[in-house]
Ligand binder design. Structure first.
Ligand code: DX5
Ligand code: ZN
Length: 216
């Protein structure tokens, strides 16, 4: 089974960002997961465009940018310019989601849509064919190191079935509380991109933990 691991920069040491970016470059990780928070959509403020540009200067792998901001459509071209390769917006934050997805693709990025824990995957049945990736939040967004919400497994299975019924090759990303204990169950349920913040960066050997998450 082929899947991607995306370490979350939110748990990196921001005073040693270049070191942590290079650790990911030299690991078996596939993408950089970069969380942007505005203090409105979520009760936290993380990082923005200048920091993403700085990461891009050193990163040798794609930047998977997760926008936890209201009206994300205002900044699509800016995130492309800063270096995003995959741009994910929240269903709950974009009133005209169809137009937003189109704009992300016009800017030559993969288009992702994120769902908060309370949002049903059924809300995507009219968009699934237009989307490259669905990000299922397995914690309430805003902070790293939270406990995984068990209902996520049902959501992944339901979404994978929905995609299969339509012959859609969909990336399903899980974000929040991914550990060495649950990652295999998530893959079996149908996920193929796993974000890991705390599991990677709080471990004594982040590179080794990434290798374990890759099954090695
Ligand atoms: C939470 C962020 C996550 C976070 C995950 O709002 O979207 O990407 O960094 O962190 P862990 O893996 O520690 O739950
Ligand atoms: Zn995220």
């Amino acid at each position: 089974m082929s899947y991607k691991i995306a370490p979350s920069i939110l748990s990196a040491d921001f005073a040693n960002l270049q070191r942590d970016v290079e650790m990911i470059n030299n690991s078996e990780a596939d993408w950089f997961h970069v969380d942007v928070m505005d203090g409105v959509f979520v009760p936290n403020i993380s990082l923005g465009l200048p920091v993403i540009s700085a990461i891009k200067r050193h990163a040798t792998k794609p930047l998977d940018v997760h926008l936890m901001i209201v009206q994300p459509e205002r900044y699509i071209a800016d995130f492309k310019k800063a270096g995003a390769d995959i741009l994910t917006v929240h269903l709950e934050a974009s009133t005209h989601l169809h137009r937003t997805i189109g704009a992300i693709k016009e800017n030559n990025m993969l288009a992702g849509v994120a769902l908060n824990p309370h949002s049903s995957v059924q809300l995507l049945k009219d968009s699934i064919m237009d989307i490259d990736m669905v990000l299922i939040m397995s914690v309430n967004p805003g902070f790293g190191g939270q406990k995984f919400i068990e209902n996520t497994y049902n959501k992944v299975k339901e979404l994978r079935q929905m995609a299969n019924e339509r012959g859609k090759d969909l990336l399903i990303e899980i974000d929040g509380g991914v550990t060495l204990d649950n990652y295999k169950i998530l893959l079996e349920a149908g996920a193929n991109v796993l974000v890991a913040g705390n599991t990677v960066f709080a471990s004594s050997n982040p590179t080794g933990t990434i290798a374990k998450l890759k099954g090695n």
